[in-house]
Design a protein around this ligand. Structure first.
Ligand code: HEC
Ligand code: HEC
Ligand code: HEC
Ligand code: HEC
Ligand code: HEC
Ligand code: HEC
Ligand code: HEC
Ligand code: HEC
Length: 483
């Protein structure tokens, strides 16, 4: 296992006594030039009542005890919001005892402490200000006294609430209900068949996704046979990152390998001739970037050429513009705060409850749905304009799709054969029809979908002599055919 840029591997090789400045090469070979400082008195002055939490070695410079050795983690964490959580609290002007549990080091957020009343809560010592390493990793005294691989306090990637269960210990409640919302989203679910299959794990479970994201360090559940869903620490880098809000990948990149959502929502956007009956599987990225679908041979456009506004630079937050939207819900008559929606339901046009709080209900009418994401982004002038664009697009695509479906019913069954090693026009057209049926496709790329459906209708007519019927007439199709 080679981890060239890891401080920890440098640690194994070189330990430098900070005070004396003497380099001690362990194991006789020094492969790394990275210097790691190990001060001999890292645990000096740690109050016994802190129950094993050490906190800062230097509060003024926000130098954590852990950061003395794990220098790269320290440097990144220091740039994150967690490193100034105490200042934020003080500057809010409304600090009180009840606030401290989530803005200081204590038993909250980690699985290793025996009680929440530790660190700051049992000592009120300033060395425990802010959300530090030990909030997530647990008390580090034993590890620092004997800094080895085996003694390392491993963090959890769990999202839950309660003693020892991760981010949710702090990121919940009406002011920041991240966990409460996330827990209702499909990201919080583990689907049984993909969970057990290595080919599926990279997108479907936390352990697989972290591996896919090249996370090599250890955490508590890494080797557990219990699969975790797509938790907070899958999308967010707990040590901070150069992306907004500590995200592991950007949400603005249009490069599918560099965009957080596109890393996973990109399984099968086009036909797979080896599995001819397989429909689209997470085709959202391919739609947005204009490459989705089965392209009839004579479609007068090229893959990638129809990129709708939603997938262009005009929409810098890409998927997150519509699917991760935070806003405060207030009482319409009093203006009083009701709930801070965090966008972690990941729903673009959710149905609100009677208070206006977004829910996971999917049965409300389009007229009831919240289209606020479409205006908050500055793209649509009003929610009504966005709503009517959605309704019009949906109707147009549905009409074309119904026409295509009726035509496909008349195609001989042999054209859908899975054993003839041939990807037929009928199979391709059916793929496009399934693509159009998927929730959101109409928004993800209405122009491409329309081209794919009209192209499919024209091709089915040409190859099988089946004419479109109903309100869609072939000449209309030819006229609206994009070029
Ligand atoms: C005196 C130096 C030192 C300090 C201080 C220190 N560590 Fe370590 N840490 C190490 C060494 C050495 C290893 C073992 C590295 C190896 O063998 O790869 C290690 C390993 C780890 C690992 C496992 C790394 C992996 O690759 O899985 C974690 C997690 C960890 N430390 C967290 C912490 C936390 C949290 C703190 C603060 C409470 C801390 N360390 C403080 C030296 C230190
Ligand atoms: C001990 C409580 C606590 C725990 C545990 C905790 N957080 Fe936080 N987090 C906070 C507080 C408080 C802030 C606000 C800091 C500020 O703005 O001053 C915050 C801020 C953040 C932010 C916004 C930072 C920014 O710069 O935009 C992200 C993202 C975040 N936390 C993610 C996580 C994740 C992921 C985990 C779990 C791996 C986690 N947090 C665990 C208390 C906690
Ligand atoms: C249950 C844990 C918890 C408690 C208790 C708590 N906070 Fe926070 N606080 C957080 C988290 C988590 C964030 C980060 C939220 C985010 O980034 O959206 C935060 C962020 C903040 C912020 C930054 C602005 C914002 O809302 O993002 C302020 C100010 C703040 N808290 C003040 C307070 C005050 C004052 C109290 C006590 C009245 C308090 N907090 C109690 C967890 C808590
Ligand atoms: C490249 C990432 C990726 C891989 C690999 C992947 N999936 Fe998925 N899958 C997703 C995403 C993202 C969704 C959710 C998007 C959606 O519902 O359109 C999803 C949805 C599903 C669904 C739910 C569909 C629904 O309608 O709720 C099933 C079932 C599924 N996948 C099974 C599998 C199986 C089985 C494998 C392995 C053979 C697998 N997936 C591999 C990304 C992937
Ligand atoms: C908000 C929670 C959180 C905070 C704060 C945090 N960690 Fe971690 N840490 C984790 C999680 C979760 C993992 C496993 C996932 C990963 O590696 O990204 C981890 C992994 C690690 C590892 C092993 C992985 C590796 O890359 O070597 C080390 C070492 C480590 N953390 C040290 C630190 C140090 C030092 C600090 C403080 C400067 C710190 N952590 C702050 C949650 C946190
Ligand atoms: C599927 C990916 C994903 C998951 C899972 C996820 N988040 Fe986020 N989170 C995001 C995105 C995207 C943003 C918005 C970033 C932006 O707009 O720059 C965000 C924003 C945030 C913010 C900053 C919001 C603000 O306005 O201050 C916090 C805090 C946060 N998430 C915490 C969490 C916590 C806690 C969990 C686990 C319950 C979690 N997230 C799970 C993707 C995710
Ligand atoms: C680590 C992989 C991964 C990442 C990153 C990811 N997702 Fe997902 N997402 C999934 C999987 C897997 C599912 C399906 C879960 C299920 O059905 O059990 C899903 C489901 C969804 C759903 C609900 C689908 C449905 O059928 O209801 C939405 C919406 C969604 N994701 C949006 C996003 C957005 C937006 C981002 C980026 C901020 C994102 N996802 C990042 C893997 C991922
Ligand atoms: C312009 C806004 C917009 C953008 C950008 C966008 N979506 Fe959507 N998405 C929607 C709408 C609207 C729906 C339909 C929701 C419904 O019918 O309830 C949807 C539906 C979905 C669904 C099906 C589950 C559901 O919530 O119904 C998934 C999964 C999804 N989008 C993922 C993504 C991903 C991943 C990206 C980026 C590649 C993305 N979306 C970009 C607006 C958008």
């Amino acid at each position: 296992m080679v981890r060239p840029s890891s401080t920890v591997s440098a640690l194994r090789l070189t330990a430098v006594l900070g005070i004396l400045g003497v380099a001690l090469a362990a194991g006789g070979c020094v492969e790394s030039t990275k210097t790691v400082f190990k001060s001999p008195d890292l645990t000096a002055g740690v109050p016994t009542a802190a129950l094993g939490f050490i906190g800062y070695t230097d509060t003024a410079s926000h130098t954590t005890v852990c950061g003395n050795c794990h220098v790269d983690k320290q440097a990144r964490w220091a740039q994150s919001g967690h490193a100034h959580a105490w200042l934020t609290l003080v500057q809010s002007g409304s600090a009180q005892a009840a606030c401290e549990a989530c803005h200081t080091v204590n038993g909250r957020g980690n699985p290793l402490a025996d009680t929440l009343t530790a660190g700051f809560l049992s000592t009120r010592d300033a060395r425990y200000h802010d959300v530090q390493c030990e909030n997530c990793h647990g008390p580090g005294l034993k590890h620092v006294q004997s800094p080895t691989f085996a003694s390392a306090p491993l963090a959890t990637v769990n999202a839950g609430v309660g003693l020892g269960r991760g981010c949710g210990d702090c990121h919940n409640g009406v002011h920041h209900p991240f966990v409460d919302e996330w827990a209702q989203s499909p990201h919080a679910q583990v689907l049984a068949p993909p969970a057990g299959n290595v080919a599926c794990q990279g997108c479907h479970i936390a352990q697989g996704a972290l591996k896919q994201f090249n996370i090599q360090g250890r955490y508590l559940e890494q080797d557990s046979t219990r699969p975790l869903p797509i938790t907070c620490a899958v999308c967010h880098d707990p040590h901070g990152s150069t992306n907004t809000h500590q995200l592991r990948y950007s949400i603005s990149s249009s490069d599918p390998s560099q965009n957080l959502c596109m890393r996973c929502h990109n399984r099968r956007g086009g036909p797979d001739p080896t599995a001819s009956l397989s429909g689209p599987h997470a085709p959202q990225t391919a739609l947005l970037t204009g490459t989705a679908g089965w392209w009839p041979p004579n479609l007068p456009i090229d893959p990638g050429s129809i990129v709708a506004t939603h997938g262009s630079t005009a929409n810098p937050r890409m998927c997150a513009t519509c699917h991760v939207q935070s806003f405060a819900v207030t009482n319409p008559s009093t203006g009083a705060f009701v709930f801070q929606a965090t966008g972690h339901l990941f729903l673009a046009i959710p149905c609100p409850n009677a208070q206006g709080v977004p829910t996971t209900d999917t049965t409300c009418a389009v007229t009831q749905r919240l289209f606020t994401a479409c205006t908050a982004s500055g793209c649509h002038g009003s929610t009504d304009a966005a709503r009517s664009a959605f309704t019009t697009s949906t109707l147009r695509i549905q009409t074309l799709n119904n026409t295509l479906k009726a035509m496909l019913k008349k195609v001989p069954a042999t054209e859908f054969s899975t054993t003839d090693n041939r990807y037929s026009t009928a199979e391709g057209a059916q793929f496009n029809s399934k693509l159009a049926d998927m929730s959101g496709s109409v928004v993800h790329n209405p122009f491409l979908l329309e081209a794919l459906l009209t192209g499919s209708i024209a091709q089915v007519t040409k190859d099988y002599g089946i004419l479109p019927s109903g309100s869609v007439v072939l000449t209309n199709i030819m006229r609206t055919f994009p070029h």
